[in-house]
Design a protein around this ligand. Structure first.
Ligand SMILES: [Zn+2]
Length: 304
């Protein structure tokens, strides 16, 4: 399956089912409402403008952050919508110096060329792809406008978070979302990398997380712990279902049915990506084999 097909299928499946992504018993972490088109001051020098692209995959819309006072970095300018770009330019008041992308999924970067054109800002990202052109690539630990890039592969291989050490605030992109889990769609999505990246940002001990979708998260440690626990519980359930299939093994589809018994079938196409991502991780961990780990329809067998 090509990456493009993967993306389409995720989109279709997600369009069918918002509820899938809601994590049960998520700690109370919502702070205020997020409304498309609204510019909100989160603190001195940190503002959030939510783009007018609400939807199943984007929640209330993509959050674009303006960070800084005299010189402003825009984190994830969002979709190429004229009114939205106007609003960013107005909010920037001639001070936008950098446009920083967390990753290159289509709800995060397409406003970049228009915003660059109108501000002359420098465009930075970890690895430019999916159509984005950058002026500078950032490595893990590089700085832009007072923010430090933290490479966090998992949701996307080129994903970075931006760490504001002074405020102990982490701009998470799609690494962490408010009130929902994140889609990990192989081959670009990688569950093992994702879990390691969750631990990596947890070790920063942030005071708050500013996600690209949904409100600010003000209890990062509990939230990240819940995220990690939830993923490991799913991984254990997938491993158990695979072991129960015996030496004949099972395909991804059968394991989705076995693991997601409590979830409506409409959600299974999205769940299939997660299960496939878990199976690839189990294989890498030496706990399963798959004839072709790049093919979700391959037969998987547990290694006892
Ligand atoms: Zn994304």
């Amino acid at each position: 399956m090509s990456e493009q097909d993967t993306g389409k299928e995720v989109g279709r499946a997600a369009a069918a089912v918002q509820g899938e992504q809601a994590v049960p018993s998520m700690p109370e972490a919502m702070v205020g409402d997020v409304v498309a088109g609204q510019l909100v001051e989160l603190g001195p020098g940190v503002r959030r403008l939510t783009a007018p692209n609400p939807g199943m995959m984007t929640g209330p819309g993509t959050n674009c952050y303006l960070v800084g006072t005299d010189e402003v970095v825009v984190v994830d300018p969002g979709p190429d919508d004229e009114g939205h770009v106007d609003a960013l330019v107005e909010a920037g008041a001639g001070r936008i110096r950098w446009i920083a992308l967390t990753h290159t999924h289509v709800d995060h970067w397409p406003a970049t060329p228009a915003l660059k054109e109108r501000t002359g800002a420098e465009v930075v990202a970890f690895v430019a792809k999916d159509g984005l052109e950058v002026d500078r690539t950032l490595a893990d630990g590089d700085e832009v406008g007072g923010l430090t890039a933290v490479h966090t592969p998992g949701h996307a291989s080129n994903h970075i978070c931006f760490w504001d050490a002074g405020r102990r605030l982490l701009f998470t992109g799609d690494h962490v979302m408010s009130g929902s889990t994140v889609v990990i769609a192989p081959p670009d999505g990688d569950m093992a990398a994702y879990l390691a990246s969750l631990e990596k940002v947890r070790a920063l001990r942030p005071a708050a997380l500013a996600p690209a979708h949904g409100p600010l998260l003000t209890d990062p440690d509990a939230y990240l712990e819940h995220y990690i626990t939830h993923r490991l519980a799913r991984e254990a359930a997938v491993a158990d279902a695979l072991a129960a299939a015996g030496p004949a093994g099972a395909d991804t589809e059968a394991l989705v049915k076995a693991v997601y018994v409590d979830v409506h079938e409409l959600l299974h196409p999205v769940a299939r990506f997660s299960v496939w991502a878990h199976l690839r991780k189990l294989t890498a961990d030496g706990r399963a084999t798959g004839a072709d780990v790049d093919d979700p329809d391959t037969t998987w067998v547990a290694i006892p």
